[in-house]
Design a protein around this ligand. Structure first.
Ligand SMILES: C[C@@H](C(=O)O)C(=O)SCCNC(=O)CCNC(=O)[C@H](O)C(C)(C)COP(=O)(O)OP(=O)(O)OC[C@H]1O[C@@H](n2cnc3c(N)ncnc32)[C@H](O)[C@@H]1OP(=O)(O)O
Ligand SMILES: [Co+2]
Length: 160
């Protein structure tokens, strides 16, 4: 299917119309940084990726300011972030209460200017889950976007 010329279907025209309306030159979306998986058993999930699937995995890291312990699974083109609750008010506790075996928790996409990205999404009534970016697992500013405003998926933006 080519979008380069010839007759376009209605949906192709609509797609091109949307693409040409990309509103900001102040920031742009980059690579997929990680896909996060919440798990009720961090050791078992780490062992699955390391020992069964043969992936390289990081050491567990406690992030008290985020209420999680993380293990990163290194893949050729991206990473998986295994998440386990830390402390009494973990933001992933409700999710694990509802999803007893764990599940896909969020996707993290890089942006080149997180402040500009936040302004843009707020202008489009997408809720940011913190007023300001916070420092995330890679020591870089991150912000989460409400899943109810993102087709049911919790989205993390990370300034790369
Ligand atoms: C270290 C860092 C990094 O990588 O740099 C991280 O990733 S830290 C990763 C952990 N940190 C975070 O997740 C921070 C951002 N998350 C939050 O602020 C929270 O978890 C919320 C997403 C707002 C959910 O809050 P809470 O669990 O209190 O509310 P809730 O259970 O009533 O959920 C409200 C509605 O959202 C849905 N919902 C909740 N979590 C969801 C998720 N992960 N994906 C998709 N939908 C989700 C619920 O099912 C519910 O829908 P229904 O009403 O239809 O049932
Ligand atoms: Co994350």
């Amino acid at each position: 299917m080519s979008l380069g010329g010839g007759t376009r279907t209605l949906s192709q025209s609509a797609w091109m119309c949307q693409a040409s309306q990309v509103p900001s030159t102040l920031w742009k979306l980059g690579r997929l940084n990680h896909v996060a998986i919440a798990t009720p058993n961090l050791e078992a999930s780490t062992a699955l990726y390391r020992d069964v699937l043969g992936a390289q995995v990081s050491q567990p890291e406690d992030l008290p300011e985020h209420g999680v312990t993380t293990v990163f699974v290194i893949l050729d083109n991206t990473k998986l972030e295994l998440l386990y609750p830390l402390g009494n008010n973990s933001p992933i506790q409700n999710f694990l209460d509802k999803n007893k075996s764990g599940g896909l928790h969020h996707v993290c996409i890089e942006v080149d200017n997180i402040q500009a990205a936040m302004e843009e999404v707020k202008a489009h009534k997408v809720r940011c889950l913190s007023k300001e970016p916070r420092i995330g697992a890679h020591g870089k500013p991150v912000v989460f976007l409400h899943p109810k405003d993102c087709a049911g998926v919790l989205v993390e933006l990370e300034e790369a």
